[in-house]
Write a protein that binds this ligand. Structure first.
Ligand SMILES: Nc1ncnc2c1ncn2[C@@H]1O[C@H](COP(=O)(O)OP(=O)(O)OP(=O)(O)O)[C@@H](O)[C@H]1O
Ligand SMILES: [Mg+2]
Length: 392
């Protein structure tokens, strides 16, 4: 009878014996229990390997997510309300590619009133549309409050537009069948945060802000161009946006009304609202805090430069004239205050109405600032509170 081969003990068997206190070989044969133990050990090993792979991939995934997040919120991006980085936009017209933007870098901070000037076709509207999330760039990124809006889905982008950005266009874009108040309420309906009463109150407050509360129930056809644009500005502020973008806000208005709108925008800006406007109109740059020039899809330079059509001599002359107007304005205000001695309150609008339009429209500063300067220079005990001058 052939002898059964002698089984030699290996490391695994020794491990088994140590772990279980049982013999791996019994009467010259492998113990059944050892074989079971061995199979279980192999299974455990495979499970362990699988878990390791899974946990590695979890770490990888987390790392990747973190990298994406970091890419979106890189420290510097949070330093600015808007940060546009290397923006390119190419439109395809049939087989022709039109490079409307060719590498634009721009940062905008809270409280800025930015004006981007440039000739027709230079890419102003295209840039504004990208900043306002109305379109996405072909290349480059736009960060709004630290998040890359050029990467968002259509739904998320629509929410950002509704909640964080206000829009004002050249032709006001009001709904013709609705009253001023109903037009201002439209964005409030979409955001759905207020009750019907809350919406009416908010709309009325906004109309008061643009001094149109008395025209709240008029439809656009019953309002002048300037009044319609004021309604459009009130509507842009309905959801308390982080930034208000304006495309040719004075483009359809005569210069006098345009200046009134610019005064309103500057007023709102001084109260903390952030604006970015694009325009042909050199007057806009007179009111803005930062002025950029655009040419052939590129921002050329920043600076408070006078109107494109003005030569240096014309600019100097205009500045001298506005200074003269300021003095004339002060003297008219003085006359009015003198005639109204003894009153404890005077309407600022009434004081303003006592100054001829030809002076008001050519002032270097806002009327209220000039009134304040006059009060300070003459040690008059008075303060401006909203629409009233309170005399003590
Ligand atoms: N949807 C479009 N499809 C194709 N080309 C376009 C489109 N929109 C703009 N363009 C082109 O891109 C360039 C920049 O246009 P954009 O409207 O941004 O200029 P703009 O500076 O706003 O001009 P304007 O002062 O006349 O409003 C132009 O050459 C224009 O023809
Ligand atoms: Mg345009």
């Amino acid at each position: 009878m052939p002898k059964a081969p002698i089984i030699k003990k290996n490391e695994e068997m020794e491990e088994y014996e140590e772990e279980t206190g049982k013999l791996a070989i019994w009467k010259g044969e492998l113990s059944k229990h050892f074989e079971k133990w061995k199979k279980q050990k192999e299974k455990d090993e495979i499970k362990k390997q699988k878990e390791e792979i899974l946990s590695q991939s979890r770490v990888e995934k987390r790392k990747m997510k973190k990298e994406i997040r970091e890419d979106k919120v890189a420290g510097k991006d949070y330093d600015h309300l808007i940060m546009a980085e290397n923006l390119h936009k190419t439109y395809l017209l049939g087989t022709t590619a039109v490079a409307a933007l060719r590498g634009v870098d721009l940062t905008i901070d809270t409280g800025n009133f930015v004006d981007i000037m440039g000739p027709s076709g230079s890419g102003k509207t295209t840039l504004l549309n990208l900043i306002g999330g109305l379109d996405t760039p072909t290349r480059g990124k736009v960060f709004l409050e630290g998040s890359n809006i050029s990467m968002l889905s259509d739904n998320d982008l629509a929410e950002i537009r509704r909640e964080r950005i206000g829009f004002v266009f050249q032709f006001y874009n009001l709904l013709p069948q609705m009253t001023a108040m109903e037009n201002v309420m439209v964005p409030l309906h979409f955001s759905g945060k207020l009750s019907r009463r809350g919406k009416r109150k908010r709309a009325m407050d906004l109309l008061r802000l643009v001094e149109l509360d008395e025209r709240a129930h008029h439809t656009p056809s019953e309002l002048s161009g300037g009044e319609q644009q004021r309604v459009a500005i009130a509507r842009a502020f309905a959801n308390d946006p982080a930034i208000c973008v304006l495309d040719e806000p004075t483009g359809d208005l005569d210069s006098k009304t345009g200046v009134m709108i610019l005064n309103l925008i500057r007023d709102l800006n001084r109260r903390g609202a952030t604006f970015v406007a694009v325009s042909h109109d050199a007057a806009v740059s007179e009111f803005a805090s930062r002025v950029f020039h655009m040419r052939d899809g590129k921002l050329t330079h920043e600076g408070k430069v006078a109107g494109l059509k003005e030569t240096e001599i014309m600019q100097l002359k205009r500045q001298q004239e506005t200074e003269i107007n300021k003095e004339k304005c002060k003297s008219k205000i003085f006359q009015y205050l003198y005639a109204n001695q003894g009153k404890t309150e005077i309407s600022v609008v009434d004081i303003k109405n006592s100054v001829p339009d030809s002076i008001i429209l050519n002032l270097p500063e806002h009327f209220n600032d000039i009134l304040q300067e006059l009060i300070d220079d003459n040690n008059i005990y008075a303060k401006i509170e909203g629409n009233l001058l309170i005399l003590q």
